[in-house]
Design a protein around this ligand. Sequence first.
Ligand code: ZN
Length: 62
Amino acid sequence: MANKSKSSVSKPLCKWKPGQYVKELELLTTIVSEPVYYCRDCGRVAAQKKWLCKPERLVSRD
Ligand SMILES: [Zn+2]
């Protein structure tokens, strides 16, 4: 198991600094690739509530 835990990012995406999206691209990909929630405040999406400041469940279209 690779333990590359240099990133201690657990802040909501909403609070990330612009450069952080580049640095944490792998994490970002994990967070947004299968979105379940969106942020009512800034429109970001994430798989888990904890990544958003005003999480709201995405409504499925079917
Ligand atoms: Zn937000």
